[in-house]
Design a protein around this ligand. Structure first.
Ligand code: ADP
Length: 291
């Protein structure tokens, strides 16, 4: 009678013995992190449940300020980078520009491009975190996979790969944010190009599973050790590999994939075996719920 948060009441009423964590918003508008645990008797009988609530309103506010700050800085850094890359490109076209200087300008352009990509990913993550509304449309997943394969085949070829698509017969159209799904799947593909080059065929497939659609990408690359698989989707996490001195990314690609899946009410996952390859996938509801 005294608890007004429905999700909390639901967690307290569940008759299982699992511990649950959830975030609830109180009547006062404050945010609480709730931990609901069972009280189990010595004879393993469920006696009741206890909920401990921590007021995290202040942390959420600080987190929001941090996101806003990162967003502003990313925007501000993008403009000078665009100017640098245009100016360098102009320079290489000017008279008297020696061919042997080109390797320096190529280095500058490649580095600037990497910084722009990093900033774009940070901005995209910011948009997903800020709770900006997704734009829902109803579309055919098979067509989305075809479009990706068409757009990306040249990059695939440069990495010594080919892309095959496979869509389960009778897969219904889904309602989701097409652009964000495209972006998430593009990240998975570009990871396969980076980390599983020259490993033959990539399989990009979609199949129904209950009221979800599972879209996955399989490669036959080096695979990922079990201990790394748990943390792959964290922001900034990169797998350290022997002999891979060069840093190829920023550890944000999979964090974005996870955010996109979660914003649709779905999840992102990885199954992999070292030496055999990896499958990365996202599962989203056929009709996405708004989150
Ligand atoms: P990054 O920007 O470093 O690529 P991601 O979040 O996209 O960041 O990926 C995290 C880590 O997961 C990478 O550092 C890479 O080692 C590993 N990884 C991602 N995709 C694959 C893959 N297809 N095969 C092997 N390792 C992968």
């Amino acid at each position: 009678d005294v608890i007004n948060s429905q999700p909390l009441v639901k967690a307290l009423k569940l008759a299982d013995v699992e511990q649950r964590e959830l975030e609830v918003v109180g009547k006062d508008g404050r945010s609480y992190f709730a931990k609901v645990s069972p009280i189990v008797s010595r004879s393993r009988r469920l006696m009741g449940r206890v909920a401990v609530l921590h007021d995290v309103t202040r942390f959420k506010e600080v987190d929001r300020l941090k996101s806003e700050f990162v967003d502003d800085v990313s925007h501000d850094l993008r403009t000078p980078l665009t100017i640098i890359s245009h100016s360098v490109a102009e320079l290489t076209m000017s008279d008297g520009f020696a061919e042997d200087q080109r390797k320096f300008t190529d280095n500058i352009l490649a580095s600037v491009e990497r910084m722009v990509r990093l900033l774009d990913t940070m901005l995209e993550l910011g948009q997903l975190e800020s709770g900006k509304e997704l734009v829902y449309e109803t579309f055919d997943v098979g067509a989305l996979l075809e479009e990706l394969a068409d757009d990306q085949w040249l990059y695939a070829r440069k990495s010594g790969l080919t892309i095959r698509t496979k869509t389960a017969a009778g897969l219904p159209p889904i309602t989701a944010d097409r652009d964000w799904l495209y972006q998430a799947l593009e990240n998975l593909l570009s990871n396969a190009f980076k980390y599983a080059p020259n490993s033959g065929e990539l399989l990009l497939s979609a199949a129904p599973l209950g009221d979800m659609v599972v879209i996955s990408l399989r490669d036959r690359g080096p695979g990922i050790a079990a201990r790394d698989q748990l943390r792959l989707f964290e922001q900034g996490y990169q797998v350290k590999r022997h002999g891979s001195g060069e840093v190829k990314g920023n550890g944000l690609g999979l964090a974005l994939v996870k955010k996109v899946a979660e914003r649709h009410g779905g999840s992102a996952w990885c199954r992999s075996e070292v030496g055999k390859g990896s499958v990365f996938g996202i599962s989203v509801p056929v009709v996405a719920s708004k989150k």
